[in-house]
Ligand binder design. Structure first.
Ligand SMILES: CC(C)(COP(=O)(O)OP(=O)(O)OC[C@H]1O[C@@H](n2cnc3c(N)ncnc32)[C@H](O)[C@@H]1OP(=O)(O)O)[C@@H](O)C(=O)NCCC(=O)NCCS
Length: 206
């Protein structure tokens, strides 16, 4: 099968993509593997890692579309502190009402996401000083290993550079060896090693 060049499959996010992007988040949400079996509520994980980016930073959201199917995305926030403040003011309050702390059994995966909604983490000061932006990238299996992740990353890095962000960071599960290898290959360095995770960062300069 002849495949199109990676960049020709990338387009900006459009309203109407939301459900597809929430679904991709779920289907890549277990260290890069399908997390559908882990959660009772299929939308919850996307409410944390997709929804606020589409709402507050839609111009930093890009998708892979092939044959009418959305197969992946990259989402960015230019200024992590401003993004955290916008979430605190506008995004988390309605979710906290919809998902009270006892919404799910306390040992469930859903409950850990609800905990995050009520007590969201805050990026470290020393990380945001040099790497004020942050990002998330997820591709479904048919899109993986074809250079599309690299192409999406280049598109977002260019957009962040234009928006004035000198550096970008991300969090990745330490168990997600594939993603860690990918980020390393693309020039990201390990900045921190919190439990079971890595914080990685790089300059937005090419
Ligand atoms: C991780 C992910 C974004 C990578 O995207 P991809 O499209 O599969 O990667 P690409 O094909 O663009 O690879 C880009 C480069 O990284 C390299 N690379 C990819 N995986 C690698 C690995 N495990 N180790 C070393 N290098 C790796 C490729 O060889 C390629 O190198 P080159 O461009 O210099 O030839 C994608 O596989 C994915 O979305 N996985 C599931 C969800 C996920 O884990 N997301 C990250 C959550 S933090």
């Amino acid at each position: 099968m002849t495949r199109s060049a990676p960049t020709s499959l990338i387009r900006p996010y459009r309203p109407g993509d939301d459900d597809a992007l929430y679904d991709i988040c779920l289907r890549t949400g277990d260290s890069g593997e399908d997390a559908t079996h882990r959660y009772t509520d299929p939308r919850l994980i996307g409410e944390l890692f997709v929804g606020p980016y589409l709402r507050f930073e839609p111009e930093l959201a890009f998708v892979i579309e092939e044959s009418g199917q959305v197969l992946g995305y990259i989402l960015g926030a230019r200024d992590t502190r401003a993004f955290e403040a916008a979430c605190e003011q506008h995004w988390w309050p309605p979710l906290r009402r919809r998902y009270p702390l006892d919404a799910f059994p306390s040992d469930s995966a859903d409950a850990s996401l609800v905990n995050h909604i009520h007590r969201p983490g805050r990026a470290d000061d020393d990380v945001v000083a040099d790497y004020p932006a942050h990002l998330h990238i997820d591709l479904l299996p048919p899109a993986q290993g074809r250079g599309l992740g690299r192409a999406l990353m280049q598109r977002l890095l260019a957009a962040l550079r234009e928006a004035g962000a000198p550096g970008v960071h991300l969090g990745v599960g330490a168990a997600n060896e594939r993603a860690v290898g990918f980020y390393t290959r693309l020039g990201f360095e390990v900045l921190k090693r919190p439990p079971r995770a890595l914080v990685m960062g790089r300059s937005t300069a090419m």
